[in-house]
Design a protein around this ligand. Structure first.
Ligand SMILES: Nc1nc2c(c(=O)[nH]1)N[C@H]1C(S)=C(S)[C@@H](COP(=O)(O)O)O[C@H]1N2
Ligand SMILES: [Mo]
Length: 447
């Protein structure tokens, strides 16, 4: 195989070699052609020994994008767009039917009708990546470090976790703090999640609480700090994509797992294999994937995406579009009460009666009732609401709706939690588009 030519426009690319913007998508990178795209994305990391093939960090990034090793990578020409990624049609390894919002890093949500199962299959669990996932993970050599403000720091293999601690399997909900961001006006920057940055898989692992107890937390401990094995989009050594934590009191919650299995099998690579945290009901960002280290701190964590405006909202309600000083932001803790209709899908045709199905949740709280309306909120009927499979899981609901005549209807769902909070018709705008829990609507055509 011959060495691939340098891209025609290389001098221009070099002249213009500002660091890649985090928001640049694959399709944008490849807009000028394969060689140019590859050079932009992988070229600078492979530059030192640039023989026209992918290697090193460039290869790692490519492997992560495809979600599999590339056995013949040494023959893979630089400038070749893997057909798996070609034409902007991203087929995500191990995922089924997800809508890709951003391909660099990979972010994909699940259409509501594909979330109909009580337990979300791994192929349908959304993906939210802030950086580049590790390209090689080996569960048998993986280790988790527990350190910081503890008397008994530990390095634990996955086998150690299984041997030393009680293993639990729980259905646990993960929802991204930015789920629903697409509906903010003026728009908020970031992934334009609609409804599907939420899932409830069954996770198997050990309780964070038990592990922290074994590490013997010292007095004065305030917060955890979570670290994963993914790398920053810039490729800079030691630069973290995201590192968040929770207050120690929250870390002691029975429901939080350090998980090594998802739905009875290995964790999906894009969902953090081989080890991740699952902190149900709090912003998904607390649930560190590819988990390598948990540090106990004597102050609130200040890692990437803990400070500034990330996963924070103004501490008072603001006008749409208003500028808010950074000091007026506070960390998001529990996610608000919410419901999702998973059957029928919006736009469905129906006869005179229709079964409505969905899920409802409210971070750290029970949902007390779900109400359904077929008349734009004029009247509401109570849905049959199940208890959660366990604390930290969503609750399923069903309702039978009768339509008086043919025509266009909207079916709305509104959950109310144990503290009496209900989903609102509209929520206060916030600069980064977090916590959108407005009531859920599907369109139904009755004929
Ligand atoms: N290491 C690591 N952990 C991470 C992230 C990440 O980018 N890197 N993203 C977080 C965010 S913002 C969310 S919403 C959840 C999403 O989990 P999922 O991708 O398994 O759906 O993972 C969290 N854990
Ligand atoms: Mo998130």
């Amino acid at each position: 195989m011959s060495v691939i030519e340098k891209p025609k426009a290389e001098s221009a690319l070099q002249a213009n070699s500002a660091p890649l913007k985090e928001s640049t998508t694959l399709s944008e990178l490849y807009a000028d052609g394969a060689a140019e795209g590859d050079y932009r994305l992988f070229g600078r990391v492979a530059d030192s020994d640039r023989r026209g093939f992918l290697r090193g960090a460039g290869l790692g990034a490519m492997t992560a994008l495809i979600g599999a090793n590339i056995p013949y990578h040494r023959f893979m020409p630089s400038g070749l767009i893997p057909v798996a990624l070609a034409d902007g049609h991203m087929s995500l390894e191990g995922k089924d039917g997800l809508t890709v919002l951003n391909d660099r890093p990979i972010n994909a949500e699940t259409p509501p009708h594909l979330l109909d199962d009580d337990i979300t299959p791994s192929e349908r669990h959304f993906v939210r990546n802030n950086g580049i996932p590790p390209s090689e993970v080996n569960p048998s050599t993986w280790s988790l470090k527990i350190d910081g403000l503890v008397d008994n720091p530990m390095d634990l293999s996955i086998e150690d976790l299984k041997d030393k601690f009680k293993v639990y399997t729980k259905a646990l909900l993960i929802e991204c703090g930015g789920n629903g961001r697409a509906f903010f006006d003026p728009p908020a920057k970031g992934n334009q999640w609609t409804y599907g940055a939420v899932a409830c898989s069954e996770w198997t692992g050990v309780r964070l609480k038990d592990v922290l107890k074994a590490a013997k937390i010292k007095s004065g401990a305030v917060y955890t700090a979570h670290y994963g094995a993914d790398t920053h989009l810039s490729g800079k050594e030691g630069k973290l994509a995201i590192s968040r934590g929770v207050p120690i009191s929250k870390a002691m919650d029975d429901s939080i797992l350090i998980a090594f299995a998802q739905n009875g099998s290995a964790i999906s690579p894009l969902n953090g294999a081989p080890l991740r945290l699952v902190v149900p009901g709090w912003p998904g960002s607390c649930s560190q994937k590819w988990l390598r280290r948990i540090q106990v701190r004597d102050q609130v964590h200040d890692g990437p995406k803990m400070t500034g405006k990330a996963y924070r909202v103004p501490s008072y309600s603001v006008e749409a579009g208003e500028k808010v000083a950074t000091k007026d932001f506070e960390i998001i803790e529990r996610m608000p009460v919410k419901s999702l209709i998973t059957h029928p899908r919006s736009g469905a045709k129906s006869g005179e009666s229709l079964e409505i199905r969905g899920h409802a949740w409210s971070g750290d709280r029970k949902v007390k009732a779900v109400h359904i309306s077929k008349d734009f909120g004029a009247t509401w009927q109570k849905a049959r609401l199940q208890a959660a499979a366990n604390k930290g899981a969503w609750q399923n609901f069903k309702a039978e709706v009768e339509f008086p005549q043919s025509g266009y209807y909207e079916v709305w769902s509104r959950a109310t939690d144990g503290a009496g909070e209900s989903q609102p018709h509209a929520i206060d705008w916030n600069p980064k588009g977090y916590l959108n829990n407005t009531l859920f609507r599907v369109a139904v055509r009755v004929s």
